[in-house]
Ligand binder design. Sequence first.
Ligand code: NAD
Ligand code: MG
Length: 357
Amino acid sequence: MSDEYEFTNEVYYDDDADESVLADKTVAVLGYGSQGHAHAQNLDDSGVDVVVGLREDSSSRDAAREDGLDVATPVEAAARADIVSVLVPDTVQPDVYEAIREEMDPGDTLQFAHGFNIHYGQIEPSEDVNVTMVAPKSPGHLVRRNYEAGEGTPGLLAIYQDPTGEAHDIGLAYAKAIGCTRAGVVETTFREETETDLFGEQAVLCGGITSLVKHAYETLVDAGYSPEMAYFECLNEVKLIVDLMYEGGLGEMWDSVSDTAEYGGLTRGDMVVDDHARQNMEEVLAAVQDGTFAREWINENQANRPAYKQLRQAEKDHEIEVVGENLRALFAWGEAGSEAEEDTEETAERERQRADD
Ligand code: NAD
Ligand code: MG
């Protein structure tokens, strides 16, 4: 990194944050899933007074108690707290907020890890409450693991409203207490975080890449190549390439592949993802910006997710999933493989717990 480089957004580290802001405050963490369990335990280990808010019938209650945390209902937790961290799934946050809104006293802080419900007006806090976002850029189990290892997880900080003048300090202190300022916290806004997050997952991370993989797989199989080879070339090897990009950007990836692969990629990439794909991306972004996507998703949830269920099933039934399941069973995983597998199992276990909830 060159010394002259100036980030567009402000970036904060441990020295910029003052944890003493939290010394006389209680934090309620609502939800004990991916983010909730990590925030609650990291805050607790940082000496912050924490209470976890979970429904009486939540299967996460035992887990939180076993981790040594104080557990109450969301309403009781919010009543006790000065800072309420809303870490239940985004689709249930509006209902949970309705239940606890009476407990938000003037000067309290409502804290989020994603901006969707605030940005799209699904939660409208009263004007005398601080509204902050501290969003680790990582799944919760890594937020917890990094903290325990004395390392940090990069995160985002945004302030939506600040009636007390303290919201920024509180957000930074919270980010420090969960370990984010050890790595660096980038200042953003609820709008920027929400819209870039949705666009990124739709265009690249979840939507774009799966469509790219499926279309490429189908192109090879339709041309008579074996499903096994199509799977290896178009899905399995994605990880090797992405790991290189993650480590050292596009340059490290280009440096690591053969000259043939580099030339082929540089000349053919834009033929596949061409100007038309770019126009489609702009349409996807416009639907995020003007709220069309948000309305569609909110309506889909209110209708008990008919399209979502159908799409999910179609994805499960895709041939590439069947081939993949059988091929992956043949792999003798190496050292790195089994670690990755443990990660996946840990995540899958949490998914199962959540599904039970
Ligand atoms: P999650 O699905 O892992 O866990 C949510 C928890 O909420 C459950 O474990 C349960 O304890 C509780 N819960 C579930 N259904 C409930 C209901 N109907 N009523 C009350 N409580 C219920 O959620 P998550 O992925 O940790 O997401 C929490 C927030 O963090 C979201 O705003 C999300 O966008 C954000 N976020 C998530 C990640 C991530 O990697 N998972 C990363 C950054 C930000
Ligand atoms: Mg209160």
